[in-house]
Write a protein that binds this ligand. Structure first.
Ligand code: FFO
Ligand code: GTP
Ligand code: K
Ligand code: MG
Length: 462
């Protein structure tokens, strides 16, 4: 059984030139509305079987003008993306045809969908829960294979499943508490019940902590480890970016001050998603443009999760190099001694007194050496302290992380309440709050405003 909604329509493919563009309709009248504008030599869409696709034309019924030659899919509820009747009109790509077809269905009874409204219906009609709906958005925005994999797992429902189990556990306990209170069999029922609550609170807390421990990894999987390539001019920063990217993205010349602006690229290094940031060589300069570039480099440095600090080992360490060591002391960093193909002039022993010796990697981008060791160092940094299991459940969504933190705090209240000898019915309130907070992750307990806000972050047509 689906809820009653108006029929909505939107363009579900990205704007711009492409072979095909899709106008999607969903709702009770989707097929009827599509039939008003669809013309073919044979049957109407209403007469076609579900989950079939048909050739024909879209015509404006008022002017009888043909708008496009199309293929139209008919999918009847409930086995559809929204669990409502869905029609997809496959038009010629480009902006004009798709737009005109959309206008035509809007003039014939459909309403323009809001951003995320198709996915919202899938949620409201019970096909997916909230964390799965959020995964749909993550999937669209995923910038790396791993981020996509995490989103797909969440779409599969593995986070939902975990949260549901925790909620069921809590509910069981709450029910037992009720029974104990209503039908005390023993004299020490208050004590027993308190014990039950504190034990369950500790168990659930451990599970929540385990999930939260994946959060920083999850954020990185989602957004990429912000990795700034820092160094004074001409040490080979842009050469390194290009090499890792396997593309001549940044301009490389032997002129100091070549890179003026920050360049960001997403890459995967041994499965670790990086947002790699090439920056302008940092130095004092009179050139206005270069100075702005240097400012941006400093900003990129302060935002970085990881710094690749590059030196030219064919020159002695300069004052500027030392200043950069100082500036990156608080960062997670890898120190790269580049240009190993040239004679060594940099005093390694001196360097090792000011940076962690194990963070040093020797490379020559010119002769393509040492970069595998650099890649391994990056991967090791990321995977330390965790299994790196591809199928682990990660929490990466800030909303989920905040709710898990609140749920953990509620459990702490349960634990300290019991320990302080508070009456069971008061402790029970905190346990119930934890249950509610977890339910907000899956959308089992969630307010309308939040839904509107969440789904409005989606793209149009999704
Ligand atoms: N043409 C087209 N391609 C698309 C989508 C779409 O909406 N249209 N999708 C949009 O994101 C994605 C596919 N996601 C989908 C997810 C669920 C169902 C669906 O019909 N689910 C039903 C029935 C499943 C079944 O037949 O077993 C269900 O779960 O009940 C369809 C698409 C990507 N490709
Ligand atoms: N010999 C040698 N030259 C290199 C190596 N890596 C880069 N270079 C050269 O060093 C020069 C500067 O390289 P870039 O990549 O532009 O240096 P950068 O650090 O981005 O410089 P700015 O953008 O000006 O700050 C170029 O001529 C590169 O070809 C290397 O490993 N060995
Ligand atoms: K340069
Ligand atoms: Mg450069």
């Amino acid at each position: 059984m689906t809820l009653e909604f108006e029929t909505i329509a939107a363009i579900s493919t990205p704007p711009g030139e492409g072979a095909i563009g899709i106008v999607r309709l969903s709702g009770e009248q989707a097929i009827e509305i599509a039939d008003r504008v669809y013309k073919s030599g044979s049957k109407s869409l209403a007469e076609q079987k579900s989950h079939t696709i048909h050739y024909g034309h879209i015509e404006n019924p008022k002017t009888n003008e043909t708008i496009d030659e199309v293929m139209v899919s008919v999918m009847r509820e409930p086995k559809t993306f929204t669990r409502e009747d869905v029609v997809e009109i496959n038009c010629h790509g480009g902006i004009t045809s798709v737009n005109q077809v959309l206008q035509c269905v809007l003039q014939n009874g459909a309403r323009l969908a809001e951003p995320g409204e198709f996915t919202k219906r899938a949620f409201l009609n019970g096909r997916i829960d909230l964390s799965q709906a959020e995964a749909v958005m993550d999937l669209i925005r995923a910038k790396t294979d791993r981020a996509m994999h995490v989103a797909l797992k969440q779409l599969d429902g593995n986070l939902s499943h975990l949260i549901r189990n925790l909620r069921m556990d809590i509910l069981d306990t709450l029910a037992q508490v009720e029974v104990n209170i209503d039908y005390p069999e023993y004299d020490d029922v208050e004590e027993m019940t308190s014990k039950l609550l504190i034990e369950k609170a500790k168990l659930v807390k451990a599970s929540i902590q385990q999930l939260l421990a994946t959060a920083s990894q999850g954020k990185i999987l989602r957004e990429g480890l912000a990795t700034a390539i820092i160094g004074r001019p001409n040490v080979g920063k842009s050469s390194l970016l290009n090499y890792l990217l396997d593309e001549e993205k940044a301009i490389v010349t032997d002129i100091a001050g070549t890179t003026r602006d920050v360049i960001e690229e997403y890459i995967s290094v041994r499965g670790v998603p990086l947002k790699l940031i090439d920056t302008a060589g940092i130095r004092e300069t009179e050139d206005i443009i270069e100075r702005i570039g240097v400012e941006r480099s400093r900003q990129a440095l302060s935002d970085a999760d990881l710094v690749l600090l590059v030196f030219n080992q064919s020159e002695p360490l300069t004052i500027e190099d030392k200043a950069l060591i100082e500036a990156t002391n608080q960062h997670r960093r890898i120190v790269i001694l580049n240009k190993m193909d040239l004679p060594n002039k940099l005093d390694l022993t001196e360097l090792e007194t000011v940076v962690e010796p194990e963070s040093i990697v020797k490379t020559s981008i010119l002769s393509k050496s040492g970069i595998d060791i650099l890649e391994k160092k990056i991967a090791d940094l990321f995977f330390t302290g965790q299994t790196g299991e591809r199928d682990a459940t990660y929490v990466s969504n800030v909303r989920h992380i905040a709710l898990l933190n609140d749920a953990e705090a509620a459990l702490d209240e349960v634990i300290s309440g019991v320990e302080a000898g508070m009456p069971v019915d008061l402790v029970q309130i905190d346990m119930t709050r934890c249950w509610d907070l977890l339910g907000e992750i899956t959308g089992d307990s969630v307010q309308d405003e939040l839904l509107t806000q969440l789904f409005s972050q989606f793209c149009l047509g999704k």
